[in-house]
Write a protein that binds this ligand. Sequence first.
Ligand code: FES
Length: 361
Amino acid sequence: MNALIRPKEYYSTDTFRSEQDSIFLKTWQCVGFKRDLANDRDFITKEIGGLSVVVQNFEGNLRAFTNVCSHRFNRIQTDCKGNGPLQCAYHGWLYNDEGLPIGIPKRPRFDGMTPERIISLKLKSWRVELCGDLVFICADTEAPTLAEYLGATFDFLESMANSCGELIDENIMVIQANWKVLVENTLESYHVGFVHPNTFARLATSQGDFEWDQPHSRWVTKLGTKFVERLGKLMQVFESRPLKFEGYIHQFLFPNLTVATTQGTSFSIQFFEPIDENSTKFTSVVFQTKLNGARASGAATIDALNQSVKAFNRSVFNEDKVICEQVQIGARMTDQYGVLSDEELRVLDFQQRYKTQMEHL
Ligand code: FES
């Protein structure tokens, strides 16, 4: 079967601009973890659909706004995450939990700064909803709720997100490839034997089952025999883990988030954030499972395993980075559609949803 996305759509500036409106400003986007927004004034910033967005804790309530000051357009919060009031660093305008500028230095020096005028200067708000520890936001007021958007995947994702314990690794890199190249790479195991012969190919078998909850999809597969033998001796340390999944599970959430777990012992979450048509910010966050009291007795084993999980993930993603950057170069040199095998059905599913979403412009 032929792919549905033409090579040009991986590098066209016009396509990239259209995606901002038709995909990233229309769908729910995961921006991070509730644990990073636990305290009053904690905030996270993200670039979504060509806009800077801030998600901030206001005395326990999470709110999201376009992160651009109504005075003269400065970005209000400038760090990726932190703690502080929603106050612009340029002239000091201070915003409240409704996005209203409630503190304007030297306010009498502005003509006509009436209460009505203040309301007209309110920041544009985004919807905020949670799935377990994951925080999602959406710019579109007409979009379905997060629970409706995730469908049957909601419960599965919530149980995984709520099982995340200690942070093992956060790995951020800019990859010189279109975001769709990276997403499609993660949706198929056909490449594993060639690109990851000494890493991922030893973890999981390339078979397994696909499960669909359009536009989201899941791959469930068995672990490789040698890996199971190695892990077998260690599994008693994880006996108290909340989720006792079998094998390796890889969950994709349209358009650009993946969550994977090996037996429920660790959880790996990947964000693919488009920078421009030729580059993507890739963030991988890995958590150890929550453990009820097992840490003290198995601390050395857990620490060793965490180091191994961290090294493993980084090796796999470095291998993917190399190949995806070559794909990005190659896409410019052809006008033929790609070809997909039945091992790449999740790529086809992604492309179908992508085309549908783009046609709704
Ligand atoms: Fe924000 Fe002036 S630009 S206070």
